[in-house]
Design a protein around this ligand. Structure first.
Ligand code: ATP
Ligand code: MG
Length: 386
């Protein structure tokens, strides 16, 4: 490959470099003069872009860019950046000789002579259209899966919620009837207060449902852990059997985290549904959140994290099964009871948010799942892996 900041390797004559470059067909490798005109061309460039050497040498490399990119001054900007900083990288659509387009990953490096004078630019371009398309497809499948999972989780919640809404409507209707029939203004006032109270609770519940169900993907924002735990708790409260107690324990003044709130809520619901299923009829689930400082003990993570813990008094996980629980579609539940996607969603979400999930389980005693998410560091948003 052409190496930057050097014309010739001491142990390799120029012709050997030439031979090397001329044998590469997967990469377009060519040289530009400092104004951006093509001065050399290799078979990879011919294969990717469609031009033969004699057609292209002497032409300005902006002819590989789309008209929109040319109008935006993108080719000139890249040359300027390479000349000023020694290197420039770019990813985007490029146009072949036949007018078709490909998605290119390109690097421009400055080449200097022995006196340090800039004599040109080495350009290496790769056609990564396939890679980009598979990444886009993967994103689309992930988004579909997320939607399907949300629908399933909503389905699980609906029974309890319908019951709860019914209770609120009963309060509203009977209080309104009593108020209409009562001649006592103090009693009428009390009834109206009951109506307001019940309607208010109904509004809060629908708000929480809407936040969860809204069609959003990878929508990262600052989230207050305590509020999210409270909202999740009130969603789930009505979907648990009467003899399963849900306790929460949230450390006061937790720092905010920067995640997708809908995905986090679904992750917690998945952990809570698993806890419910592991308990069966009677037991406790503890949902806790605390700030922790990690030094590599969990998945090599270091720094400030918020740890969400879901601990249940259920049947625990068989050590033989344990290594497989995060695999997509792995389930020990009966047909129709589980799809085996809950934990893989939580795992994917944790990784995508630069966090991790750990599990601790003793058969017969219970399970504790811990989800670690980095606390928000002002100015560090660019590091988020989305
Ligand atoms: N708290 C828990 N206690 C005991 N076993 C658990 C617990 N959480 C997960 N598991 C085990 O891990 C398996 C995989 O869990 P996961 O949430 O991915 O799928 P699922 O619950 O079976 O189905 P789905 O979540 O798609 O409805 C479960 O089938 C169960 O065997
Ligand atoms: Mg599950």
């Amino acid at each position: 490959m052409v190496s930057a900041d050097r014309t010739e390797h001491p142990n390799m004559p120029a012709s050997r470099y030439e031979q090397l470059v001329q044998s590469v067909v997967d990469y377009a490798i060519y040289m530009l003069d400092p104004s951006g005109r093509v001065v050399s061309w290799n078979p990879g460039a011919e294969r990717i872009k469609g031009y033969r050497a004699e057609e292209i040498i002497g032409q300005h490399f902006s002819m590989f860019f789309t008209p929109q990119d040319c109008a935006d001054g993108r080719p000139e900007r890249l040359v300027r950046q390479a000349l000023e900083q020694g290197v420039a990288q770019d990813e985007g659509w490029r146009v072949r000789k036949d007018g078709t387009q490909f998605w290119a990953l390109a690097a421009l490096d400055v080449i200097r002579d022995e006196q340090g004078q800039i004599i040109g630019l080495a350009k290496v371009t790769r056609d990564i259209t396939d890679r980009r398309e598979s990444a886009l497809q993967l994103d689309a499948v992930r988004a579909q899966l997320f939607q399907a999972q949300k629908l399933e989780a909503l389905g699980q919640l609906t029974g309890g919620l319908a019951h709860d809404f019914n209770n609120m409507l009963t309060i509203i209707i009977s209080s309104a009837r009593l108020a209409l029939a009562s001649p006592d203004p103090a009693r009428v006032r009390r009834m109206i207060e009951h109506i307001l109270d019940a309607s208010q609770r109904g509004t809060e519940l629908t708000q929480q449902l809407l936040t969860f169900a809204r069609h959003r993907q990878f929508d990262v924002s600052l989230v207050a852990p305590a509020e999210l735990v409270a909202a999740t708790r009130s969603l789930l409260e009505h979907a648990l059997p009467r003899d399963i107690a849900l306790l929460d324990e949230v450390q006061p003044d937790l720092p905010p985290i920067e995640v997708d709130a809908g995905q986090l809520q679904m992750g917690l619901l998945n952990l809570l549904f698993n806890a419910r299923d592991a308990i069966g009829e009677r037991g406790t689930i503890r949902l806790a959140a605390e700030a922790v400082e990690l030094a590599g003990e969990v998945d090599g993570l270091c720094g400030a994290y918020v740890c969400f813990e879901v601990r249940d008094s259920g049947e625990g996980i068989d050590p033989q099964v344990l290594p497989r629980i995060f695999e997509p579609f792995f389930t020990t539940k009966a047909f129709g009871k589980g799809t085996g996607l809950g934990l893989s969603q939580v795992y994917g979400f944790a990784k995508q948010s630069n966090g991790s999930i750990s599990v601790d389980s003793t058969p017969g005693q219970g399970t504790c799942m811990r989800l670690y998410l980095p606390t928000h560091q002002p100015g560090a948003r660019a590091q988020l892996n989305r």
